[in-house]
Design a protein around this ligand. Structure first.
Ligand code: SF4
Ligand code: SF4
Length: 305
């Protein structure tokens, strides 16, 4: 039977594994889902494609679990949001120093036989950690109609819209809200938005949704994948703190780690779960399956406390 997302959020805190809006690597999705499904993860967040959805189902099956026991969210992003960026090498400006290869958290850049790097776009999440004069970034635009189609076809639990841009496209936002038959989640961070601006955006979303049944993902520093410290997660917790008085469902995200729930509790913040991306994926990278599940479980349990 179809789960009710908001009923679950009312009952308990959830852990969402973020596989990345830009991450289209099937191998990467399957292996992470397998480990985190075993570790007690509640929700998986992937790019809006048929391949990614099937990769999640494959990972769940490999874990020996039922797909009905998990929530599934597909992500999209508006123009200007960092999550839809992809890196590209400008060969004429590249010295072949390979610094970008070593710094990429996704292992998306490889060195070719000619000594120049190459970006495997299906693995790139647009984090810009490889920034250099010989790398440019382009927007991999989201196809919202395709996301709605997939959400209905697979009876998904949520569509996420990354909304960080210098100018909020209110008309687009309104039309997406009106069109969607699937619950929506909106990712907001403070890169461009003041406290007042966030309040204004959320109030408009509430009006257009006609209810408070939507999620705000309070983003700290997106794709930071920082250390397991309070300072890495401080921004995400503070964003959640700012919006907690005027929205009902909050997931904390961006720079999240094993310290997030502790800090949120110290600050007395009301929230419904924690989304973890880079930190969670890096935690289990290159570990044996047994060790990976133990590490993942500790992270999941801490976030759900
Ligand atoms: S793209 Fe930049 S960092 Fe990467 S090899 Fe070329 S010069 Fe070095
Ligand atoms: S460092 Fe980030 S932006 Fe650069 S190639 Fe890797 S994933 Fe993409």
């Amino acid at each position: 039977m179809k789960k009710n997302l908001f009923k679950i959020l009312n009952e308990r805190k959830i852990f969402k594994l973020v596989l990345g809006l830009g991450n289209q690597s099937e191998e990467n999705i399957v292996s992470n889902v397998e480990i985190y499904a075993k570790a007690g993860c509640d929700m998986f967040d992937i790019n809006a494609s048929e391949e990614a959805i099937n990769a999640v189902y494959k990972g769940i099956e490999k874990a020996g679990k039922n797909k009905e026991d998990f929530l599934l969210c597909i992500s999209t992003g508006i123009s200007g949001d960092a999550h839809i960026n992809k890196a590209e090498i400008i060969k004429s400006k590249c010295s072949g120093c390979s610094a970008c290869v070593n710094v990429c958290p996704q292992d998306a850049i490889i060195l070719l036989d000619d000594g120049y790097p190459f970006v495997q776009k299906e693995k790139c999440i647009g984090c810009k950690k490889c920034k250099c004069k010989a790398i440019s970034f382009f927007e991999n635009e989201s196809d919202f109609d395709e996301a709605f189609r997939l959400a209905e076809k697979y009876n998904l639990d949520c569509i996420e819209i990354h909304l960080s841009s210098k100018k909020v496209p209110y008309d687009l936002l309104k039309s997406l809200i009106k069109k969607s038959k699937t619950p929506l989640s909106f990712c907001l961070d403070r890169k461009y938005y003041s406290n007042e601006k966030m309040k204004k955006i959320i109030n408009k979303i509430k009006k257009w949704c006609g209810s408070s049944e939507f999620i705000i993902q309070a983003d700290g520093v997106p794709m930071s994948g920082g250390e397991n410290t309070f300072s890495s997660t401080l921004q995400a917790v503070s964003t959640a703190h700012l919006i907690s008085d005027f929205t009902d469902y909050i997931l904390i995200s961006g720079g999240t780690n094993e310290k997030t729930s502790e800090l949120a509790k110290i600050c007395g913040i009301k929230y419904n779960g924690i989304s973890v991306g880079s930190y969670a994926r890096n935690l289990i990278k290159d570990k044996s399956p047994e060790e990976a599940v133990l590490l993942a479980k500790k992270l999941v349990d801490t976030c759900k406390e």
